[in-house]
Design a protein around this ligand. Structure first.
Ligand SMILES: [Ca+2]
Length: 396
């Protein structure tokens, strides 16, 4: 089904500075000692003053992260960046939701939260079939849905939670986090995975947690949705978060198990999101041209670093996909989404372009149309005229 969603457009300057530019990373020659006995850095109990932005104090941005931490490693980078922003008093992570069916992915989230000294952040688990290894016959690069770093993080680093059985379901945690958030529209939802939890929230009735339905909770509590999803510069590319292998009418979808249902699910979530709550879409194309993780040469006992070592197939890692990395690391899709959500487009030299998305559940393809007249309500694509995400400066 074709449907118009009116979103907005935007782009990001160089939001991560030296972190994302990255340096050359030496390949490790041998596996390092087990990391589980390494003490996690204590989170400073000191109450930090409000962040100063252009001399004006600003409060930390309240964020809920909805991640498919499982196959690709940019989810790890994104959660680590979110913690680093919280260390700087720029962000406050209200909850982390897991939106795919790899149960140990919840454990990987807990490893990272624990590393940053924040075991108190609620984690919610998706319990459906999407992304579950038993429902994921291919494609091969997914390692049958298990990815390349989750097992290593959970088995080698300390954390109070090891898998999804130890946490509440994502919808419960989502509703609880929104209902408990103070004020009107103070929460930014950062969606860096699939729309399983978003759709569940939008379809949820009032319950003991809140007398509001999910849709009403969004309208009352959510300031904006920053969604890493869709392809905006290349018209015929199905972006993984939204369409995986393509919609139900495409031939490839038969090889992807439960992912065959994803495009329809995404379509339903896009259609259900209330247009009066702004949505910023981050294009696949922007994140594609930014690399991250390659600079993680110090802090060798960091799960943030080890996940990139595993995914990128660096010596000491679990194998992974070296052909998907370079010396600067892996594409920075999800990391950019977090920084955009916390710092806003202007601070990272981007602006928001209003427009609309047309999403086709049959193919998993989206089509963006600029529309300056839609500036007042709704949806944007991030954009930065001066950046060069479409030009690789250091290309040979
Ligand atoms: Ca992701």
């Amino acid at each position: 089904m074709l449907q118009w969603i009116f979103p907005a457009k935007w782009s990001l300057g160089d939001p991560f500075g030296s972190i994302l530019r990255g340096g050359r990373q030496k390949r490790r020659r041998r596996r390092e000692p087990l990391r589980a006995d390494h003490p996690a850095p204590a989170n400073s109990p000191t109450l930090l003053p409000p962040t100063l932005v252009d001399g004006v104090a600003s409060m930390p941005e309240k964020i809920i992260i909805d991640t498919d931490m499982s196959i690709d490693v940019d989810d790890v980078g994104a959660l680590c960046v979110a913690h680093a922003l919280q260390d700087r008093n720029e962000a406050e992570i209200l909850a982390v939701l897991h939106d795919t069916g790899l149960d140990k992915g919840v454990g990987a989230i807990s490893v990272i939260n624990h590393y940053y000294g924040r075991d108190d952040i609620p984690i919610g688990a998706y319990r459906g079939p999407l992304g579950r290894p038993s429902h994921t016959p291919g494609p091969g690069w997914t390692n049958h849905g298990k990815g390349w770093y989750v097992d290593d993080l959970v088995d080698s680093f300390p954390s109070p939670i090891k898998d999804a059985s130890q946490v509440d379901d994502a919808l419960t945690v989502f509703r609880r986090a929104l209902a408990g958030a103070p004020g009107w529209r103070q929460v930014t939802v950062v969606a860096i995975g699939h729309a399983t939890n978003l759709l569940a929230l939008l379809q949820s009735p009032a319950d003991a947690i809140s007398g509001w339905t999910g849709l009403e909770l969004v309208r009352q509590k959510v300031k904006q949705l920053v969604w890493m999803g869709g392809s905006y510069w290349v018209k015929d590319r199905v972006e993984w978060n939204w369409g995986a292998c393509g919609g139900w009418a495409t031939p490839n979808v038969s090889r992807c198990g439960e992912y065959a249902r994803l495009a329809q699910l995404t379509s339903d979530a896009l259609a259900a999101w209330p247009v009066e709550v702004p949505t910023t879409f981050l294009s696949f194309d922007i994140g594609f041209w930014v690399r991250s993780g390659g600079v993680l040469k110090t802090r060798r006992h960091s799960p943030c670093r080890q996940a990139f070592v595993d995914f990128c197939g660096i010596t000491g890692g679990s194998g992974g996909l070296p052909q998907w990395c370079d010396d600067r690391g892996r594409n920075a899709w999800d990391l950019i989404a977090v920084v955009l959500a916390v710092r806003g487009a202007e601070r990272i030299n981007h602006h928001l372009l209003p427009g609309g998305n047309m999403f086709d559940a049959a193919t998993g393809l989206n089509t963006w149309t600029d529309d300056p007249h839609q500036d007042g309500w709704g949806h944007f694509q991030a954009w930065a005229r001066e950046d060069s995400y479409n030009v690789r400066r250091d290309a040979p």
